[in-house]
Design a protein around this ligand. Structure first.
Ligand SMILES: Nc1nc2c(ncn2[C@@H]2O[C@H](COP(=O)(O)OP(=O)(O)OP(=O)(O)O)[C@@H](O)[C@H]2O)c(=O)[nH]1
Ligand SMILES: [Mg+2]
Length: 277
């Protein structure tokens, strides 16, 4: 499947972020732990030049602890500051601590002049990676609107705790996905709006990929051994197992396709990491 996503309003969002860059001391770059590489937006990488960046591997509850360690080592080797997080856990104090670390020099400089400044950080990342959830968790209030679909945050919004101001931004993608695998992974994790995707093709591509990387997940979740089945046959079996039927008693394979993707997004297929370093 060829996924193309032409981000009209995202050009506006990126421009807003560029304009706001002079107002902040650092960036908090929120990444979905299941697809670390695909969450690295080349447009954002350009934006982050010259500012301290704290990378947040979010949704760590959806991957195996040992799996994320490979990425931690890679980031450490490349001199990149990171923390692991579960935005929905309600405790993201390690992000605040990490942010203070990456901005320590600036804080010291101001403190030396007798001025106490609050740290200002812009929170960036692909859609649906959990930016607003993380901010809510840090400020301990459900102030930023969140949702299990991309494009929830539209404009920019400042949210504060004692000593830190966070700038929530809309999730951003880039105009052209050079690598089809990146587009697929972003679609699986829910960073691309479903209405530009073909559910059936997406689910079939997903099953094809998982047959190699997580072969047992369909057996464990649906009792379907996918190893000798085509992706479409796998979906037929999922539909049968779940009792998804249309009028005339035919299998509702479309519903099975939506269910498989949806359940992956919610972590119900198990702890599955799509990308390893
Ligand atoms: N399992 C799990 N879900 C999370 C975590 N963090 C956020 N979510 C969920 O991910 C979905 C997206 O969260 P948001 O905070 O709205 O994401 P966002 O990056 O602000 O999204 P946009 O504003 O659309 O760019 C919501 O359903 C959250 O509940 C996490 O650590 N684990
Ligand atoms: Mg948001």
């Amino acid at each position: 499947m060829n996924i193309q996503w032409f981000p009209g309003h995202m050009t506006k969002a990126i421009r807003m972020m560029q304009d706001s860059l002079c107002l902040v001391d650092a960036l908090i770059y929120v990444i979905d732990a299941r697809a670390v590489e695909s969450c690295m937006n080349p447009l954002l990488s350009r934006l982050t030049e010259g500012k301290p960046v704290l990378y947040v591997f979010n949704k760590c509850d959806l991957v195996a602890g040992a799996d994320i360690e490979g990425w931690c080592r890679r980031f450490t080797d490349n001199g990149l500051a990171y923390v692991k997080a579960v935005g929905t856990s309600g405790d993201c104090s390690q992000i605040v601590a990490g942010l203070k670390q990456v901005t320590a020099k600036r804080i010291e400089k101001f403190a030396a002049k007798g001025a106490r400044i609050s740290v200002r950080a812009m929170v960036v990342g692909v859609p649906n990676s959990g930016k607003s959830t993380i901010i809510n968790s840090m400020i301990k209030k459900a102030k930023a609107v969140t949702g299990d679909r991309p494009g929830v945050t539209r404009g920019k919004q400042w949210l504060s705790i004692d000593g830190v101001d966070f700038l929530d931004t809309p999730g951003t993608l880039w105009g052209k996905f050079e690598d089809d695998r990146v587009a697929h992974h972003l679609a699986y994790i829910g960073s691309i709006k479903d209405d530009v995707l073909d559910n059936m093709e997406l689910a079939c591509d997903f099953i094809e990929e998982l047959k190699v990387s997580a072969p047992d997940c369909f057996k464990n979740r649906y009792g379907v051994d996918a190893s000798n089945l085509s992706p479409y046959q796998t979906l037929e079996n999922v539909a049968a197992a779940r009792g998804f039927r249309q009028r005339g008693n035919t299998l509702d394979v479309d519903r099975a396709a939506k269910t498989v993707i949806d359940e992956f997004r919610k972590g119900k297929l198990g702890k599955i990491m799509l990308e390893r370093p």
